[in-house]
Design a protein around this ligand. Structure first.
Ligand SMILES: [Zn+2]
Length: 104
């Protein structure tokens, strides 16, 4: 059978929370993934390790939420996919913004 038990609504996978705990309290900015430098062509979601890349491979994320200037390692350093931001924002105190748009 499956080892994926149905989750009660609103529950959060603890492992994703633990993975992303170093980003707690930050404001995350929605945008298109761009590579950090020439030698670093992909990244992974800080929570679930989903792959971010600029290439058109299947199962890669092309946009998501990234750290801003309030992160000690810098803007654009860490990436989190949208679904993880939605799931973990309450638990980690994330605020999120969309570039070019003012929410609300
Ligand atoms: Zn994720």
């Amino acid at each position: 059978m499956s080892d994926n038990d149905p989750k009660p609504e609103g529950s959060v996978d603890q492992w994703r929370l633990n993975n992303a705990r170093h980003l707690a309290g930050l404001t995350l900015h929605f945008g298109r993934f761009t590579r950090w430098n020439e030698n670093w062509d992909h990244d992974h979601c800080a929570a679930c390790w989903a792959k971010f890349a600029e290439s058109d491979e299947p199962d890669v994320q092309h946009e998501g939420y990234t750290t801003g200037p309030d992160y000690r390692k810098g803007a654009g350093y860490e990436w989190v996919r949208s679904t993880c931001v939605a799931d973990l924002a309450n638990g980690l105190g994330w605020k999120s913004t969309s570039k070019g748009r003012n929410p609300g």
